[in-house]
Design a protein around this ligand. Structure first.
Ligand code: PEP
Length: 249
């Protein structure tokens, strides 16, 4: 944890949730999140952002899971940052590895999306992380540093942007890097953030994501430069997600 930085516990619901179950989950999270040290964020499917604003009751922030880089236009099936903002979002996840892989999103495109998000008044949560091959070849830090450098636009620091380190091989697998590996990666990312954004880089939130569960959250969140977590599977179970949020202090 970085001293003086409010941790962020973000839930990525991915493509899960119909109205009734989503209302119940958001309400349960909001009930348990009141008064916590950590800021709690849920990123449901975009169709649920507006319907969940009341359940979140100003206690839990809402975010999108992606946005288009254009403000508007002929982009069938896409959603703009302003539309997310209009629906009640304050954050948007960008560059998740599932999108980098399934839609071949490059870091340059992620950067353009982050610019669009900031222009619309959203805080971008930019994901970076190495595939397992790169970890095994000893290139994890090099690959992630390059991804981050290419994905973050000018002004990211001033906008309070968030970076989530999510090793691809740890997402949804139940596997996590060693504490030493998370510490080394986050220290490297912190140094690069401080270099790229001298005014704000030391205080920007740097999340870890990849199989964070109630059982490992406290140990991961206690590591230096880990200022919160991006949580997939465990964010769909209110007690698990809240246990992770409580582990942030
Ligand atoms: C994610 O998809 O961002 C993620 C971290 O998933 P999980 O927690 O299920 O590994």
């Amino acid at each position: 944890m970085t001293p003086g930085v409010r941790p962020l516990i973000a839930g990525n619901w991915k493509m899960h949730g119909l109205a009734a179950e989503a209302q119940a989950l958001a309400r349960a999270v909001a009930d348990g999140a009141a008064g916590l040290k950590a800021e709690v964020l849920i990123c449901p499917p975009a169709t649920l952002i507006a319907p969940l604003t009341q359940a979140c009751a100003g206690v839990v922030a809402l975010g999108g899971q992606d946005c288009h880089e254009a403000a508007k236009g002929a982009h069938t099936g896409d959603i703009s940052a302003a539309m997310l903002k209009d629906a009640g979002a304050s954050y948007v996840i960008l560059g998740h590895s599932e999108r980098r892989m399934a839609y071949r999103e490059t870091s340059h495109r992620v950067r353009a999306k982050a610019e669009a998000a900031m222009a619309a008044g959203l805080i971008p949560v930019v994901c970076v992380g190495e595939p397992e091959d790169d970890r095994l070849l000893g290139r994890a830090e090099e690959v992630v540093a390059e991804q981050m450098a290419e994905s973050l636009p000018d002004g990211f620091g001033a906008a309070g942007g968030v970076v989530a380190y999510e090793p691809v091989w740890a997402i949804g697998t139940g596997r996590t890097p060693t504490e030493a590996d998370i510490t080394a990666m986050h220290a490297m990312l912190r140094a690069k953030l401080a270099e790229a954004f001298p005014a704000e880089g030391a205080g920007l939130r740097l999340l870890y994501g990849g199989s964070v569960k109630p059982g490992n959250a406290a140990a991961i969140l206690a590591l230096p430069h880990v200022d919160g977590a991006l949580v997939g599977g465990a964010s769909l179970v209110a007690e698990d997600f809240l246990a992770i949020a409580r582990a942030a202090g």
